[in-house]
Design a protein around this ligand. Sequence first.
Ligand SMILES: [Mn+2]
Length: 330
Amino acid sequence: MTRIANLYGPEATFLGVPAADPDEPASWTGAGAAIIGAPFDGGTSHRPGARFGPQALRTTDYLPHDGMRPSLALGVDPLIALGVVDLGDVEMPSGETERSLAALEERVTAVAAAGVLPVILGGDHTIALPDVTGVARHVGWGRVAVIHFDAHADTGDTQMGSLYGHGTPMRRLIESGACRGDRFIQIGLRGYWPEPETLAWMAEQSMRSFEMSEIVARGLDAVLDEALVLAADDCDAVFLSVDVDVVDPGSAPGTGTPEPGGLSSRQLLDAVRRIAMESNLAGIDVVEVSPPYDHAEITAYLGNRVILEALGGVAWRRHGGRTPASPLLS
Ligand SMILES: [Mn+2]
């Protein structure tokens, strides 16, 4: 199969990083991280459009698309330091969920097995199932902790009668044993779903779900302290899954299931950076950016920066940037 640059748009790589061809391992196995587009929104329960997410996440920026992004805060350029490449999109036809998820799992598994950090651009949250599964196949079954930012738990048993959809991937992952329920950490839940039966199932798995009410009461820093300790306990790596709807719809309107009262953009960016700096990240996905519902590219800009903060933290950890505090503030 020839490389698919962007399934639904003109050819472009993430902020201009080099393109790599999945069928030519020499073009990507030496990279520190690889972008994988997952343009699938067949699992949405409400507003679609996340299939256009990968293209928006790759290209929404006012700076030159030159493959360089030196971080002011971290003193390191993650795209250069890690040698990030872009493998293009996986072919994921909206009407063929299982075929689409299998294709993505195969791609993520191959990237992880090569020792390259997979960074998957969604797509709706259905893709977390193949994303975490592929990483677990490399790191070890049940050896990956998940830190999951979301307004919703995504632990439904079924979604409109289907096992696969953006409301069910976290249950499928725990059922399969790819990751442990008691190392599954959720941050930002709120609103009016799921129902008590699903909450009871989550409690049986010993999932740790930090609802917005707890974050407001304790502060996000204290929550992250606890989350990072739990994620590092008897696991070998962390998968970071960021559903952009964890952020308040006022700052992230372009998404399928907006739930008022979320994190600020600043909180999410700082949290993602800190997790990447303090964890052994083995995979990242950023999901549920739906450009047709966006305004002034607010959500696409945020998603692009979430990816850069995550990569920045990884680069800082691996390559030793300067201390994160700005000298101007000392
Ligand atoms: Mn989600």
